[in-house]
Design a protein around this ligand. Structure first.
Ligand SMILES: CC(C)(COP(=O)(O)OP(=O)(O)OC[C@H]1O[C@@H](n2cnc3c(N)ncnc32)[C@H](O)[C@@H]1OP(=O)(O)O)[C@@H](O)C(=O)NCCC(=O)NCCS
Length: 222
């Protein structure tokens, strides 16, 4: 039988931290992620952390549209615009997702991130560790120049992750959250600031064959 990784090398892309393993979601992992979101929940019903309120969907549509979301990221990946989701494991336990994406990366050198964790495991340092993992892949592996992120002004936990990793304020905009105007805060982490905090206990494997698919010739040298 043919090996899908031979044609889609992201299936073999892995990031390892002392605590977490981040793996590209195949269909089984994508289904498990959506079942996790459905069973454990991602936030209190009275709060919405996302601009696209996908967590309001009811099963089984919640899981089905999630599968489509992961397939869409795969199908639409190209050098000009890509999103790489990672299923996050704390030991053997699937806990959530950490995504890394970029537009015109060859020109901008800029990556963005997005994430969620199952509610029961939030507030235990996993969010910070998984963001540090994809930042390591971006700066060390892809040669990124900067990372950006954003969160609603009242998402103190997400902002806590961001500021604890050294991002700086980068302005704000007003967003539509389920029909209400809310301030959306932007943050940026420049390469020089990341180098100051660079960790030596995060590793990744399987990136080399992904580089040409992302249109990246070779990572920059410091
Ligand atoms: C956002 C999310 C991924 C963060 O992950 P987490 O594991 O809960 O966060 P952590 O426990 O890693 O917190 C990391 C940092 O934020 C700080 N922090 C956590 N909660 C905080 C709070 N309420 N206020 C201020 N800082 C906070 C922690 O102190 C820690 O910083 P430190 O290491 O310097 O002490 C997770 O809470 C989540 O999935 N939330 C729901 C979905 C969501 O909001 N996604 C992001 C949309 S922008």
């Amino acid at each position: 039988m043919s090996n899908p990784s031979a044609h889609w090398p992201f299936f073999d892309l892995v990031i390892q931290t002392p605590r977490l393993t981040l793996r590209y979601p195949d269909d089984h992992r994508a289904a498990a992620l959506m079942d996790l979101a459905a069973s454990a929940g991602v936030h209190d019903p009275g709060y919405m952390p996302f601009s696209v309120p996908w967590t309001r969907f009811e099963p089984p549509y919640l899981q089905r549209q999630g599968m489509q979301h992961y397939w869409r990221m795969r199908a639409e990946l190209q050098p000009e615009s890509w999103d790489i989701p990672f299923a996050v494991y704390d030991g053997d336990e699937l806990v959530g997702i950490q995504a890394l994406g970029a537009k015109a990366f060859a020109v901008t050198g800029t990556v963005g991130t997005g994430s969620w964790l199952a509610k029961p495991v939030q507030g235990k340092g996993i969010g910070k560790e998984m963001r540090a993992a994809v930042l390591h892949l971006a700066f060390e592996g892809l040669g990124a120049e900067r990372a950006v992120t954003s969160a609603f002004a009242d998402n103190t936990r997400s902002i806590g992750v961001t500021t604890s990793l050294g991002y700086q304020d980068n302005g704000w905009e007003v967003d539509d959250r389920e029909g209400t105007a809310v301030r959306h805060l932007r943050y940026v982490l420049e390469r020089a600031a990341w180098v100051m905090r660079r960790r030596d206990d995060i590793t990744f494997a399987g990136l080399d064959p992904c580089m040409p698919v992302l249109g990246i010739a070779s990572p920059r040298a410091d």
